[in-house]
Design a protein around this ligand. Structure first.
Ligand code: IMP
Ligand code: MG
Length: 192
């Protein structure tokens, strides 16, 4: 028998809320509008980088009045730490053939830029008609490769954030807001 784990409301682990639920909702309407205008009259292939982008993409595509095809790619570069551990690696490929399609690649956060630039490289080789990127959050100051997203929700400071899809060790993704974890929880020896 596994020892029983205690559980608490994940909101209690947040030190500071950086972006609240109302601000996210309002910004998604604006971003949806921007994307609708950019692709007016076109069909769009939306590719979500999972797991981080699932909540954002689920809400954002419901602001779109375009015809869309949806697919996901799984890329790993973080383990259970708050710092990148390895180069981004595609661990689950997309099924759609992107050749000739207008592609919008969506991630939760643009940090070093390595994930999006790597996936863009892979997608460009598939000869899409166009390729743009969209992120909910942009940590402007932490780039290690030269990369900017076409659509950005919010700029955030260089802090490890969780919520609204962003995780720490796969936890906190369900939070409706984006916040910074209490410092003592950022590298817990063991969850208790
Ligand atoms: P990049 O390759 O450094 O741009 O990082 C992008 C990926 O790192 C994202 O898809 C996130 O999964 C993860 N990441 C970067 N910063 C954070 C953070 O503050 N909280 C949670 N995940 C993050
Ligand atoms: Mg992650």
């Amino acid at each position: 028998m596994q020892p029983e784990k205690t559980s608490r409301n994940p909101l209690e682990d947040i030190d500071t809320v950086l972006v609240d639920e109302a601000a996210i909702k309002a910004r998604l309407v604006e971003m949806g509008d921007e994307i609708n205008k950019t692709y007016a009259g076109r069909e769009l292939a939306v590719i979500a980088i999972i797991n981080g982008a699932i909540i954002f993409v689920a809400d954002l595509i419901r602001e779109l009045d375009l015809s869309i095809q949806l697919d996901c790619i799984r890329v790993s570069s973080y383990r259970d730490e708050t710092k990148p551990m390895q180069e981004p690696e595609v661990i689950d490929k997309i099924r759609l053939d992107l050749e000739g399609l207008d592609v919008l690649l969506i991630d939760d956060i643009l940090d070093t830029g390595k994930t999006l630039s790597r996936v863009c490289e892979i997608f460009q080789a598939m000869k899409p008609a166009s390729l743009r990127t969209c992120v909910l959050l942009d940590k402007k100051t932490t780039r290690s490769v030269d990369f900017e997203a076409d659509f950005v929700g919010f700029r955030v400071p260089d802090e490890f954030v969780v919520g609204y899809g962003l995780d720490f060790a796969e936890r906190y993704r369900q939070l409706p807001c984006i916040g910074v974890l209490k410092p003592e929880l950022q590298n817990p020896p063991e969850w208790s």
